[in-house]
Ligand binder design. Sequence first.
Ligand code: SF4
Length: 430
Amino acid sequence: MKHVYIETLGCQMNKSDTERIYSILSYFDYEKTEDPKNADFLIVNTCSIRQLSEEKAFSRLGVWGKWKKDKPNLKIALCGCLAQHTDEDLLKRFPYLDLVFGTQNIYELPKLLKEEKRIMAVRKKDYVPEENVGFKREKSVNAWIPIIEGCNNFCTYCIVPFTRGRERSRAPEIIINEAKQIIKEGFKEITLLGQNVDSYGKDLKDKPTLACLLREINKLEGKFRIRFVTSYPTDITDELIETVKNSDKVCKYFHIPAQSGNSEILKKMNRKYTREQYADIVRKIRREIEDVTITSDFIVGFPSETEEQFQDTLSLIDEYELDYSNIASYSPRPHTVAAKMTKDFIDEKIKDARFQKLNDKVKEMHLKSNKKFVGKSMEVLIEDNKGDVMKGRTGNNKIVHFKSDKHKIGDFVTVKIESASTWHLRGKIE
Ligand code: SF4
């Protein structure tokens, strides 16, 4: 048995790809190791969303390359978004790199592994992967199902349409079969994944919607939860809101990146909504679904962003009580329109200061949101434990800590919430 170690950078889509790569390699006598020094095959699954992530991948390769002196049979590969968008010959730049494969070449790994020579396999033409590769998942509480790959939106700051290609949905029957298998294997949560998950089905013949898919999976027998990420604001339909409201297994949780609270900046970002339209969607969801959690993503320091426009982002979070938000400082990415707006780039110090202010606001809102649940009884799925201290998650994505010596990972329990801090709730089993 040989050992493989994968360093995964970036989003859940990459984590899901890593799971698939481990699964494919397991058929070729590779066993997963948590220790890179113990590995015969090292893979860095890269992210390109920010410059920093790319630098991290290169620095990892630098460290691993040195290990080859003592371990000449060590195989090193790079895959993921960086492989997909770069025009550079990475094999020339990194002489110790054996294999580079793109996000759309994962299913070719069995063939690539047989190659004797160093190889760069990056498919530029979009395709939907074959489905006949047996897939072994790691034992855990949650299982991901990618339902749509790629994005057609071309936000001016984003590299995803260049790394993951245009939107391609997987057939509903394949997804439902995968969901059935996941439930049979004992997973307690299914997360439907897509860069733009609400666009699901628009490219398929019968135009199935995400709502349809959720309802079909909701009908499957067993005790489990269903989540979906990430949503594009204007793709959230009334049908989807109704489905989330009325489907007992679908979590009352939406992740809807706003990116900015200012309509002018949103236009420059090529986001196809205004501040008011975003707010309307948030209001509608809150009106329809009790105790729903709505989280978001924001970029600070997009080219030309003024202090006043930045203040609009703070006020959006405040006025519409966004429960939690991820923040990123704008970083120019190759191929994108915004990367050419060089004369409007914002000074790094101003970006850092805005990041800090936004971070403070996000933490304030997270605490406020968590406090709303003190005194309530909530169903929690246990995800982890340290001795008798259990850590779990509610359907609306709140992290809950409580004590129990009778329960284990994967159990659903009802917890009465007694206190709240910025990052989690604490309670007692009822
Ligand atoms: S919606 Fe915009 S930010 Fe999201 S993946 Fe597509 S292009 Fe990127």
